[in-house]
Design a protein around this ligand. Structure first.
Ligand SMILES: Nc1ncnc2c1ncn2[C@@H]1O[C@H](COP(=O)(O)OP(=O)(O)OP(=O)(O)O)[C@@H](O)[C@H]1O
Ligand SMILES: [Mg+2]
Length: 379
């Protein structure tokens, strides 16, 4: 969160994490949908392209439900986990730390609950808060610790609302039984609801819709969409007003069109505009600020260049040139951007998708990073 030293007004465009409802735009329908699912005992799979707002939406919902004293919120990001042991460490640590104030007494209670491993209490060097460390050396210890954690959840006489973010990660673990183990515990936890979120839609879909997989049809599927334009425009105008800055409907709309209404990029551009303390935000201010952001990132963009083959790079530029493209293997597109053949384009397309430099949405291909896309278009 950025402070303006001159008049102490917070920059109202947050770009990392969740702050509070005051800095959060809309998502009313989505909040209702997630809340309804939880209060009716349904788990949810929440998917979307990167940086659209899945993680902060879940935190927003948890914040609202917690303020009504309805739940114990737990948020677990399993992106850094690579196997059963690392998952178990992160999972157990998050559940214990976020569901209880860590005191010596609660630590002793947690310690006595664990059957195979002995946790240690440490002081986190960045936050200075007590934290639990768990050493798990083999699969048996991991599985029994997962048992213990679910036993602990059942023993707490409150309702848990647990989000496992980047959930598709578990399908990449070398151990093949993790899905089945979790599914059976989750099924029998009547005082816990789960949100499984992630950006790799195809992996999530196959986990939850392949009849042979443990999580088959176990949860509502919810694909997060972009924020409604009108609501985002009103939000932008309102947030700038907090700094006594004005922006017209037309210019707010142009911010959305330059950023494809892609939440992170809208917030980022607005954050940089706000910091300039302009009285009125005009079209040229938006243009200059966008250019400054893009120019500031140039060295990163150049480094992408060196990671790609010529075919991949040319295709990336061509997609950016069109903003989005439905049929990148069509003769017309290939001719226009001089892209050799259909088969090289197909191959390059696959590599760019694997590297997450592009994504597909409603049948069209886009360069993932909106600012990078704008830079490529100007080359
Ligand atoms: N409704 C919103 N109002 C204001 N800002 C938002 C909103 N949703 C998201 N943001 C901003 O956009 C950024 C990206 O959101 P978030 O990290 O939740 O996206 P994500 O979909 O989880 O991305 P990833 O797939 O990369 O994990 C957040 O840090 C936040 O600053
Ligand atoms: Mg996220």
């Amino acid at each position: 969160m950025t402070y303006d030293i001159r008049n102490d007004v917070k920059n109202p465009f947050v770009i990392f994490g969740y702050d509070s409802p005051e800095f959060f735009c809309d998502r009313e329908m989505e909040t209702k949908r997630l809340t309804n699912a939880a209060t009716n005992g349904r788990n949810v799979v929440l998917a979307s392209i990167r940086r659209l707002g899945k993680s902060v939406l879940v935190k927003h919902v948890q914040n609202i439900m917690q303020s009504k004293n309805e739940i114990v919120p737990v948020y677990i990001d399993i992106m850094p986990t690579t196997d059963l042991a690392s998952f178990t460490r992160v999972f157990a640590k998050s559940i214990f730390e976020q569901s209880a104030t860590l005191t010596m007494k609660s630590f002793v209670a947690i310690k006595s609950l664990l059957t195979r491993i002995t946790p240690s209490l440490t002081i986190d060097s960045t936050t200075n808060l007590p934290s639990i460390e768990l050493k798990i050396s083999d699969d048996d210890e991991a599985l029994s610790t997962i048992d213990d954690v679910f036993r602990y959840i059942k023993s707490v006489k409150k309702h848990f609302y647990i989000c496992i973010d980047e959930f598709q990660q578990i399908s990449e673990y070398p151990e093949k039984n993790v899905e089945a183990v979790l599914r059976s515990h989750i099924q029998s936890s009547s005082n816990a609801n789960f949100v499984f979120s992630g950006s790799k839609k195809h992996l999530l879909i196959s986990m939850f819709s392949d009849a042979g997989r443990p999580f088959y049809q176990s949860s509502d599927f919810f694909e997060l969409q972009k924020i409604n334009e009108k609501k985002y425009i009103d939000f932008i105008i309102k947030q700038f007003r907090k700094g006594k800055q004005t922006i017209s409907d037309k210019e707010a709309k142009s911010i959305l069109s330059k950023t494809r209404t892609h939440t992170y990029y809208v917030q980022f551009l607005c954050n940089r505009l706000f910091e300039q303390r302009l009285k009125t935000i005009k079209a040229e201010d938006i243009e200059t600020t966008l250019n400054n952001i893009i120019n500031g990132n140039e060295s990163i963009y150049h480094s992408y260049r060196s990671l790609l083959t010529n075919h991949q790079w040319q295709l990336l530029r061509a997609i950016a040139g069109e903003d989005s493209i439905k049929e990148p293997t069509s003769g017309e597109f290939i001719r226009k951007y001089q892209l050799s053949s259909t088969s090289t384009v197909s191959q390059a397309l696959k590599s760019l998708l694997d590297k997450e430099l592009i994504y597909t949405q409603k049948g069209s291909y886009f360069v993932s990073d909106v600012f990078f896309s704008a830079w490529l278009k100007k080359l």
